[in-house]
Design a protein around this ligand. Structure first.
Ligand SMILES: Nc1ncnc2c1ncn2[C@@H]1O[C@H](COP(=O)(O)OP(=O)(O)OP(=O)(O)O)[C@@H](O)[C@H]1O
Length: 335
């Protein structure tokens, strides 16, 4: 568990305190993929860099497992940092070193001198990220996606328990982004490490995160499972992020056409409820008619979901809604 207890952070610039993060508490559970989403300047980089104490908090305590990071002297902190790998938006590779040497770098830094051991571990890591053929190349000879794979291999070299991803796919095109996110998902599952990522794209969160916190001007304004936050966003900032992640026609589920008569409702189907024809059965049995105003069927990580906006007409709408709720469908009445 990564635990933030009443943590706050401000920067001192020219004798003035600039607040970056208001006091917050947050727990990140072992083995999960945790996303932190926010606009530019919201405090995402500050928050993620507090985990390995690249930034020191101005108040509060940060624990990883039983270790209080904030009270460690420098040598002990260096040892703890080996439990944490990090990848970056611009990859931060050493341009004058080959792919293999970039990946070997943290092993050497940790004191490994046995060339055969280093060679074997680098080979293993490059195979894991699909770059075995490229060991002797230099970063300038690689695509963006390949560079990030080198970054991932390097971050995993010392078998960390936590991987921090600082806008890891922001410099990549959509297809390369998808491949890198798939790789991170596979690593999370196979190596059982905790991933904390920061992003300004809800789609990244939707694809790979289990839980998410939404940061707005230094405050966590919303947090929860990605399914809950994505399907029922509460804060205006969260709603904006969700709408940005949806194509135009699906975004209309959030704001359906108002000129249609009847009771307007948004129905959310998750997991198993997407698999049975509950809607048609309930409507047939209750004799209620519906007009379909907008809809979307997609996945949140592994969870299939559907969200439909309907206008209902008929005498038995309350009975129909009770039957839908009974079947596990979430219903929101729209104005
Ligand atoms: N080293 C620093 N010195 C002074 N102020 C800083 C420093 N780093 C960040 N800040 C300020 O702290 C606030 C949060 O910045 P931070 O970089 O954490 O946000 P962010 O959400 O990561 O933004 P971006 O997506 O643009 O990187 C901003 O107001 C920023 O100007």
């Amino acid at each position: 568990m990564i635990r933030f207890l009443d943590v706050r952070k401000s920067y001192r610039v020219g004798g003035r305190e600039i607040p970056a993060l208001q006091p917050f508490n947050l727990d990140i559970v072992d083995g999960e993929v945790f996303g932190i989403i926010g606009h530019s300047g919201a405090g995402k980089s500050t928050l993620i860099r507090l985990i390995n104490l690249l930034e020191r908090p101005s108040g509060g305590r940060i624990l990883i497992g039983d270790t209080e990071m904030t009270s460690l002297p420098e040598p002990a902190l260096r040892a703890q940092r080996r439990r944490i790998g990090m990848i970056f938006q611009h990859f931060n590779l050493l341009a004058s070193q080959t792919v293999a040497d970039n990946v070997a770098f943290p092993l050497r830094l940790a004191g490994e001198r046995d060339a055969a051991k280093i060679h074997a571990r680098v080979g293993e890591l490059l195979e894991r990220v699909g770059l075995s053929e490229h060991a002797g190349k230099y970063p300038s000879q690689l695509s963006g996606g390949q560079k990030q794979r080198v970054g991932i291999a390097r971050a995993l070299a010392n078998r960390p328990e936590i991987l921090l991803c600082d806008e890891a796919t922001s410099a990549l095109d959509p297809q390369t982004t998808a491949a890198v996110l798939d790789l991170l998902t596979a690593i999370n599952r196979e190596l059982k490490l905790t991933i904390v990522l920061i992003t300004h794209e809800m789609d990244v969160v939707r694809r790979i995160c289990d839980r998410v916190a939404v940061l707005d001007a230094g405050r966590i304004v919303e947090s929860g499972t990605v399914a809950d936050v994505f399907l029922h966003p509460q804060h205006a900032t969260t709603r904006r992020f969700v709408n940005e992640a949806l194509p135009e026609e699906a975004a209309s589920t959030q704001a359906p056409p108002m000129q249609v008569g009847g009771r307007k409702l948004r129905l959310t189907f998750r997991g198993a409820t997407t698999l049975s024809p509950v809607l048609s059965r309930v409507m047939r049995e209750s004799g209620v008619d519906f007009n379909l105003l907008a809809g979307r069927i997609d996945r949140i990580k592994d969870l299939p979901y559907g969200q439909l906006t309907l206008a209902l007409e008929g005498a038995n709408t309350d009975t129909a809604l009770a039957a839908l709720r009974e079947a596990g469908i979430e219903i929101e009445e729209l104005p």
